[in-house]
Design a binder for this molecule. Structure first.
Ligand SMILES: Nc1nc2c(ncn2[C@@H]2O[C@H](COP(=O)(O)OP(=O)(O)OP(=O)(O)O)[C@@H](O)[C@H]2O)c(=O)[nH]1
Length: 295
């Protein structure tokens, strides 16, 4: 990150002329995210792109370290001079992790990485935070149904611009085809987020690399359509506002929780709420009153 910082001054001004692409990637554990990023990332660097991989895993602050973004998961890509892999920052809330990731996106782009992949697992709200940070949000799934797909939250399919069925190779091809067909029909009934793009379901293999060039073509087609319609710029503008408000909310919550008046009253008011003596709304009003007293 220090290198990125150091380079930032020199190249930041060229950013406005350069079109960067922010790709969000989520998927249940075992879907093959690291194998996919390795294969996809190598394909991109082989085609002259510079790729940054950032991970968002708020659970890493409680587990003391993240598997996501771990360089050993992407051995080839991590040795590639046109790739940069950042593990999930440890410590802090999802808000904190989101903030540093927002900043890492800007820094990576400033340092000349034209493609930024933001990877996340299905923990808490992390997928939704990532969906708010990217130009296209992709869901990677294995060719399996039922229990194995239970890790996928309902709402997340609705925000996916692209569903990628991985492991479509060898004996798994028929299952991958079946899952692809299931998702195609399920997506038909979903409300689309864009006027010019209907979410697509594609099949790839991170092992054989089948489908990866076609996937990249589809992503480029998406970017072209979104650019031409003005939605690309609109989404980024909206995201900037969302980021700003998220940072404000986080900061205000910190100030609120650290306030001495609030801290003094909090245990007794929480207790009254639990016992049903007062409503949560009234307790919140009383705490806010305490907070305002100070200012
Ligand atoms: N057959 C086949 N297996 C794959 C493919 N991609 C990944 N796998 C296997 O799927 C398993 C999970 O892959 P990972 O890349 O570790 O999956 P992940 O989703 O990143 O999982 P975590 O790293 O635990 O978050 C591994 O055993 C991979 O070898 C593929 O394209 N085809």
């Amino acid at each position: 990150m220090k290198i990125l910082h150091d380079n930032m001054g020199e190249v930041a001004h060229s950013l406005s002329n350069q079109q960067t692409f922010r790709i969000g990637l989520s998927g249940p554990p075992g879907a093959g995210k690291s194998t996919f990023i390795e294969a996809f990332g190598k394909y991109l660097t082989g085609h002259g792109h510079k790729v940054a991989v950032l991970a968002v895993d708020p659970s890493s602050s409680t587990t003391g370290g993240s598997l996501l973004g771990d360089k050993t998961r992407m051995p080839e890509l991590s040795c590639d001079s046109n790739a940069y892999i950042r593990p999930s920052p440890t410590g802090g809330t999802l808000g904190g992790v989101t903030r540093t990731t927002n900043e890492a996106v800007v820094l990576s782009e400033g340092a000349g990485f034209d493609i930024v992949i933001i990877e996340t697992v299905g923990v808490g709200q992390s997928e939704f935070s990532v969906a708010d940070m990217v130009d296209i949000f992709c869901l990677l799934i294995p060719p399996a149904g039922g229990d194995e797909l239970q890790g996928i939250k309902k709402g997340i399919v609705e925000v996916a611009d692209m569903v990628i069925v991985n492991k479509s190779d060898g004996d798994l091809v028929p299952a991958a085809r079946r899952i692809q067909a299931e998702y195609i029909s399920a997506l038909k009934f979903m409300r689309t987020r864009s006027k010019v793009w209907k979410p697509k379901v594609t099949r790839i293999s991170s092992f054989t690399k089948d489908g990866i060039p076609e996937l990249w073509d589809t992503l480029c087609h998406y970017r072209k359509l979104m650019n031409e319609s003005g939605e690309f710029v609109n989404r980024r503008e909206k995201q900037l506002k969302v980021w700003m408000w998220n940072h404000i909310k986080d900061h205000i919550m910190d100030i609120f929780c650290e306030d001495q008046h609030v801290e003094n009253k909090l245990p007794s008011l929480e207790n009254l709420v639990i016992k049903g003596a007062i409503t949560p709304g009234l307790a919140a009003d009383l705490l806010l009153k305490e907070f305002m007293k100070k200012s």
